[in-house]
Design a protein around this ligand. Sequence first.
Ligand code: ADP
Ligand code: ADP
Ligand code: ZN
Length: 215
Amino acid sequence: MNMILLGPPGAGKGTQAFFLVESYAIPQISTGDMLRAAVQAASPMGVKAKACMDAGELVSDDVVIGIVRERLQQADCDNGFILDGFPRTLPQADALQDVLKDLGKELEAVVSLRVDTDALVERLAGRRSCPQCGKGFHLKFDPPREDGTCSACGGELVQRDDDKEETIRKRMEVYHRQTAPLEDYYSQRGVLIAVDGMAEIQAVRAEIKAALQAG
Ligand code: ADP
Ligand code: ADP
Ligand code: ZN
């Protein structure tokens, strides 16, 4: 399954990717996670990306396209992949088409998670993430078994720097301006699957599963 998870910050892309990785045994390719790893490693790319990420703005198309192009060539993508948080702009979407064509792959599904802005803000404000394994939790909607500790790997949960109120608003605005147009882009290409992301985590999971099996 070659697919994209599309949706605004906090829509549940990472949460659902976790389930899809298990069901399909294919990797999650999260540009956000890869950029945070670069920031952590203080690589030249990471140092440049950090300023944009902290401001809630997008990292340049060239940088993320380069990362994804390289990642999709790795052997674990042979049976499929789940792009999470990429593409986020029309130039990224066009670049992805070129990369896939070069690699002889075809995009099969774009699952778009639709969630109201108020719910997104609440989700992001209560999100806690595991820097070790990338799994996300929510203080109210998906709490870890033990406070502050990742239930999957035992890592210490943190609040992301960009999950603070002002940055959240900025990210929403960036989403509406730059990423929302991708819904039409993929709808025109006949691969868009719109899913109600307002439902509970397990209900969203079931809806995605059913939609992918039907497709
Ligand atoms: P994204 O990757 O799209 O930014 P996440 O998967 O990290 O979103 O989810 C954002 C936050 O909302 C996390 O704290 C997660 O636990 C929580 N969450 C995800 N899906 C749901 C849902 N269907 N209902 C309530 N909370 C959710
Ligand atoms: P969220 O889970 O809230 O949707 P991500 O973890 O996907 O957020 O992304 C965090 C930040 O990393 C973004 O605000 C942006 O600065 C940067 N980023 C991630 N993916 C991309 C991308 N495809 N293009 C540009 N910037 C990106
Ligand atoms: Zn963990």
